[in-house]
Design a protein around this ligand. Sequence first.
Ligand code: GDP
Ligand code: MG
Length: 373
Amino acid sequence: MTVQDVADVLKKDIDHVFKVLNFADKTGMTYTKDTVIHNPQVVRDIVKISGCRFKLVARPDAEMKDEENKDAVPAPPAAEEALRPRPPVVCVMGHVDHGKTTLLDALRDTAVVETEFGGITQHIGAFEVKLPSGGKVTFLDTPGHAAFTSMRSRGAHSTDIVVLVVAADDGVMEQTLESIRMAREANVPILVAINKIDKPGVNVERVLRGLAQHGVVCEQAGGEVQAVPVSALRRRNLDALLEALTLQAQLMQLRADPAGQVEGVVIEALVDPRTGKQATVLVRRGTLRRGCTLVAGAGWAKVRILRSAEGASIEEAPPSCPVVVLGWRELPAAGDLVLEVASEKRAAEVMRWRAAQRMKEKQQSDSEVIEAK
Ligand code: GDP
Ligand code: MG
């Protein structure tokens, strides 16, 4: 029904309905008297705020019409010529106490030393390490199964490589096997970090044999999986681990189109006491810039500020770059697909469409009318 219809049914002045709409519809769209209100919740809110005694009931004759799909959709795959190499996105997995957190801390410190900010890297869900060779590697900041699983978005997995941490003194354990299984199921290649090699009497060979028994045959054992002995605690051989990751990325020919519509995934979303609504976005294609309009799940943003994990304000975020985005009108949720849209008006339209879809899913579809109670 249109704004005018609602005013008529409620026997209210249309200016009253416009005023109430400002409260009821948070998408910030502009209404005229002929604007159709697609979201039944907005109608319900108008009724409530107006203090009227009406309710929404299903209208039997109004079967859902085939509405035009107003959702935002990803662009078709980019042309081969447009693709450029992009850094790998890495998730650290492995058995408890094998050193996942220590390894991430060590790698994060490597990242911080290279910045002029010298500050402490904030946990934003992911961070980037720049290599002397000019390459980069993006690490998801939360180790373990949860981060890996939450990186699935619309079927595509946003993790490119799993670093499987195996403590040399402990060897292959239950969660090592679980991590292997999860990586295989998601078709994500594994790179092994054999950790704690600083400990006296550790046996790397034994770890390699253990892995081979479960189908992870490392190069040292004649297979194809790279395995790098490291000490996360003593920060030994981390360069070799990073180089192995870049090599793996090259083998996989990880590429993306840095131009065109921005596409990404929300890694985390929260309300910061100082900066307000913020979300970390991992860019998958296109280049995210200030001023872009984004939709993600039930949220949308006019990008006001982009920040790196070190808190630096940055101008643009190319593919595989994790970036804190400020400017959300409504916050999205972790795992939501991020898409750039042409304008705020378009974002509002997508929000209304999605809100209406959610309603339909809850079987409170918009085949409803208001009727006196
Ligand atoms: P997580 O459960 O996999 O995240 O493991 P942690 O990173 O919390 O490490 C578990 C314990 O192993 C801690 O006491 C670490 O200090 C220790 N640890 C981690 N890496 C190393 C290492 O390379 N060498 C030694 N000796 N200890 C380590
Ligand atoms: Mg840990």
